[in-house]
Design a protein around this ligand. Structure first.
Ligand SMILES: [Fe+2]
Length: 183
């Protein structure tokens, strides 16, 4: 599967601009992490890009979300490692993240929301001037972007990345595609 084919399928299945942006942000951080860890950048990036492809199709039903996404990814030619990561990023199924790819997607997914929220409360609402240290502060504020699950983000330690570095990598990765994210 090429990135273009993955994007085409996303555009066929997702209308909400912010959801597409969330998937692009997840892709960017997954690529950066893969480079950092010496993993397969294309495999990790495309897993991040595709992981929420079924969100509109499943209409908020957590029992089918990510099962359908895993099937769609498989049809597109994703590897079984990618399919497994997509399936288990939704805890509802009780399939625990096992591989580094599974664990990476699990902790990157909520990090995108925290970084986006931290950019949006800046006066210019832009990622460009956002410093990692302010995201680290926001991480500790429970009421800030409460939907960005802090326990899930902190699981970056399970792939050998400390929280501070994880946030730094995430901010830099998203800044690299700020225009695509509208931020
Ligand atoms: Fe997601």
């Amino acid at each position: 599967m090429t990135r273009e084919e993955a994007l085409e399928s996303i555009k066929a299945n997702v209308e909400t601009e912010n959801l597409i942006r969330h998937m692009l942000a997840t892709e960017a951080i997954m690529r950066t992490l893969a480079r950092r860890l010496g993993e397969d950048e294309e495999e990790w990036g495309l897993t991040g890009l595709l992981h929420d492809i079924d969100v509109e199709l499943t209409e908020g039903d957590m029992k089918t979300h990510s099962k359908l996404g895993a099937d769609l990814a498989r049809e597109l030619g994703a590897s079984e490692a990618m399919v497994h990561a997509i399936l288990c990023h939704n805890e509802t199924h009780g399939v625990p993240p096992e591989t580094n790819l599974d664990k990476a997607l699990f902790c990157v997914d909520p990090l995108t929301g925290l970084i986006t929220a931290a950019a949006l409360v800046r006066p210019d609402k832009k990622l460009a001037g956002l410093e990692a240290k302010s995201v680290k502060k926001r991480f500790k504020e429970k009421g800030f972007a409460a939907g960005a699950n802090r326990q899930h983000i902190a699981k970056c330690s399970e792939i050998g990345i400390e929280l501070d570095e994880f946030i730094e990598l995430g901010v830099a990765a998203m800044q690299g595609i700020a225009a695509d994210l509208g931020l």
